[in-house]
Design a protein. Structure first.
Length: 256
């Protein structure tokens, strides 16, 4: 995001690079955080334009969804755009889908209604593909040999729970397992329900840090102390490390 800002053209020749409004960028940033934590898809801030993608792409599904700015063959939007449109129009989408029969939306509805059904189908098919991909990876790697740090996201955890034939907790062995539809629904709700709130909070927190350079210095010092010797890739961090990140927590509490 910072790189994107620094590359913006100045409004006048003598001015520095400028950012006319940051909320959309913070919405994008929040979506990227939720996408990685919820679905294991690490989106790039500026996606690559490589033309239409096909189901038989030589790239892995995760890499394709992470980097491509073009929709897959048969889709109307790429993965990020599909999630963004769904979030921005979730009230309209839910109203249309709960009010009109699917057969009407498929064949007789005007485009003003049909677009919401198409938006739902895009997200649904993307998430169904991610569930199938996770199951395929589990078969290849074996349930006990999955790299938890690299594949630790909500969707993967739900799929592992569904496919684990003998859970370590005896109380879980007699309980009904989640269906694929329930996995998709839970992962989506948990991951994107707080998207707008997260974006606004991040924007306000950064604005306050800009206005208080001394707090920026304190924040950087605290992070360096806690993260000394740790990998630069957060996916390599042990979960216990997050309990030590008091500075980010303090800023979020103060912001709220």
């Amino acid at each position: 995001m910072i790189s994107s800002w620094s590359n913006k053209e100045p409004k006048v020749a003598t001015a520095r690079a400028w950012v006319p409004g940051a909320l959309e960028d913070f919405r994008k940033l929040a979506l990227h955080v939720l996408s990685s934590a919820g679905f294991g898809v690490y989106l790039k801030f500026d996606l690559e334009n490589r033309g239409a993608q096909t189901e038989a792409s030589s790239k892995s599904l995760i890499d394709e969804l992470s980097t491509s700015s073009s929709p897959r063959n048969g889709y109307t939007r790429n993965f990020r755009e599909a999630l963004q449109y769904y979030q921005q129009n979730i009230v309209h989408i839910l109203f249309v889908l709960s009010t009109f029969p699917r057969s009407f939306l498929d064949h007789y509805a005007p485009s003003s209604l049909q677009k919401y059904k198409v938006a739902f189908d895009d997200v649904d098919r993307y998430l169904q593909s991610l569930v199938r991909n996770e199951k395929t990876m589990m078969k290849k790697l074996g349930t006990e040999n999955i790299d938890v740090n690299r594949r630790s996201n909500l969707l993967a955890s739900l799929v592992r729970l569904q496919d684990n034939k003998r859970p370590s907790d005896p109380t879980l062995r007699t309980q009904r397992k989640l269906t694929t539809r329930e996995i998709v629904g839970n992962a989506f709700i948990f991951s994107v329900a707080g998207h707008e709130t997260t974006a606004i909070t991040l924007q306000y927190a950064v604005a306050m840090l800009i206005l208080h350079p001394d707090k920026q210095t304190w924040f950087q010092t605290q992070l360096k102390e806690v993260l000394r010797g740790e990998s630069e890739d957060p996916r390599d961090w042990d979960y216990s490390l997050f309990a030590k990140l008091d500075a980010p927590l303090a800023i979020m509490v103060r912001t709220n």
